[in-house]
Ligand binder design. Structure first.
Ligand code: UGA
Length: 428
């Protein structure tokens, strides 16, 4: 099969490389010449384990990158993987995706065979019918032999390649049997080796499945954090409680880690987008709004715990962990951002450390101090807040001895408590 993938960001690059690995011929199309060159050199424009190896193997062979849409009509299916950034009200900005949808339509305007355009980007159900399908058909003009489908992505940052190659489920949103069959053909080589559940549905339901999936997981964490805060008030350990409830198959043991909350490029954006889309329909999604509220409050609770032990005005506070989760340098919506803002408001002097995410945070907050090790951050500090669960924080020990006052507020249950330090877990 020949597949065209429009957009070579995080999702586009991953799926292009993985489709090539499944044996398809892939043309990756992006407006950015630098990204195109990087891909053709067999290198990844993003950092994701396993991706460099796949690109090195397939670039110039089964995978080609270009800025031109010429390959679109020759391909059997086109995937649109263009970013949909958030507007101020939480809704998604469809501008770039709409332009790519129209350009794809134009590219297949003279094609004789039926063509499938599959949306990979996360978009709200109504926007498929009101914005994206019309854009494709506007581009295609008289050619009505074009179908728009939806195939949402459930990849996690840091494990995107392995998540692609061993999915729990595949969601095929198509409006005809032909469209569903075509999606089956795309994923057939993957399904030869892996047992994944397949959900066949229409494009709008497929897009709602993506939002429901992320909203459910984010809400699960917020619920665990809400219950965790109550545990803390009762002097109980939320992790002991969650371990027990996780034994119930209906709850499952995953995503029960309470702490400073969820961040990243997906949960915050997707939860806010589905809330905004619900408001558009005059529906008030009370649980999802509470999900966001609880998440916003967790860094504040961390600060309160710290303030119980340290007078923050002028105090030197070490922030350990800046990335939104370990194994990534991504700081988008990292809980470290509100944490730093709150500490600044209190007049604290901040010293920050992360194994890989110092540079992006330095751009966001140029006016705080950054150091190159946790030990350096702790040296002379009056207190520390642990925001990301990097493994190396689990081995910290004598480093705490150099603190001016060894107060440790752990937002991820990663530090090992010891007698010499004043240790507070956020929910335990
Ligand atoms: C998330 C989803 O897990 C993917 O399935 C989805 O495809 C992706 O969003 C997306 O929409 O693109 P990701 O943002 O990479 O993936 O990160 P996760 O590993 O899910 O973690 C998200 C946040 O939740 C992190 O800040 C993490 O620290 C936090 N978290 C996770 C908790 O606080 N507790 C937990 O128990 C689990």
């Amino acid at each position: 099969m020949h597949i065209t993938v429009i957009g070579s960001g995080y999702v586009g690059t991953t799926i292009a490389a993985c489709f090539a690995d499944l044996g398809h011929d892939v043309t990756a199309i992006d407006i950015d010449e630098e990204i195109v060159e990087t891909l053709n050199d067999g290198q990844s424009p993003i950092s994701e384990p396993g991706l460099d190896d796949l690109l090195e193997t397939h670039a110039g062979n089964r995978l080609e990158a270009t800025t031109s849409y010429d390959a679109v009509p020759e391909s059997d299916v086109t995937f649109l993987a263009i970013g949909t950034p958030s507007n101020d009200d939480g809704s998604i900005d469809l501008g770039a995706l709409e332009a790519a949808a129209e350009a794809t339509g134009e590219a297949v305007a003279d094609k004789d065979e039926r063509h499938l355009v599959v949306i990979k980007s996360t978009v709200t159900p109504p926007s498929i019918e009101t914005v994206l399908e019309p854009a494709v058909h506007r581009g295609a003009g008289e050619n009505e032999n074009i179908e728009v489908g939806m195939n949402p992505e459930f990849l996690r940052e840091g494990s995107a390649v392995s998540d692609f190659l061993s999915p729990d489920k595949l969601v095929f949103g198509a409006s005809s049997e032909w469209g569903t069959d075509r999606l089956h053909t795309v994923f057939e080589p993957l399904l030869e080796d892996h047992d994944a559940d397949i959900v066949e549905t229409d494009p709008q339901t497929a897009s709602m499945i993506k939002y429901a999936n992320n909203a459910f997981l984010a809400s699960k964490i917020s619920l665990v954090n809400d219950l965790g805060n109550i545990c803390k008030e009762f002097d109980l350990d939320a992790y002991e409680v969650m371990e027990a409830i996780g034994l119930d198959d209906r709850i499952s043991e995953q995503f029960l880690r309470s702490g400073v909350g969820w961040g990243g490029s997906c949960f915050p954006k997707d939860v806010n987008a589905i809330i905004a889309a619900a408001h558009e329909e005059d529906y008030d999604p009370a649980v999802l709004e509470a999900t966001v509220e609880v998440n916003d409050r967790q860094p504040e609770r961390m600060l309160e715990l710290l303030a119980d032990h340290v007078d923050l005005e002028g105090a030197r506070i070490a922030v350990l962990g800046l990335a939104f989760k370990p194994q990534t340098d991504d700081i988008r919506n990292s809980r470290a951002i509100p944490m730093i803002e709150l500490l600044k408001e209190q007049g604290a002097e901040i010293v920050a450390y992360d194994p890989v995410a110092v540079d992006p945070m330095q751009e966001r907050f140029p006016d705080i101090e950054y150091v190159s090790s946790a030990a350096d951050a702790l040296d002379g500090a009056d207190g520390t807040v642990v925001v990301t669960d990097w493994d190396e924080f689990a081995t910290l020990d004598e480093e705490f001895d150099t603190m001016a006052t060894p107060v440790v507020i752990d937002g991820r249950r990663i530090v090992q408590p010891r007698d010499e330090i004043t240790y507070e877990g956020l929910t335990w």
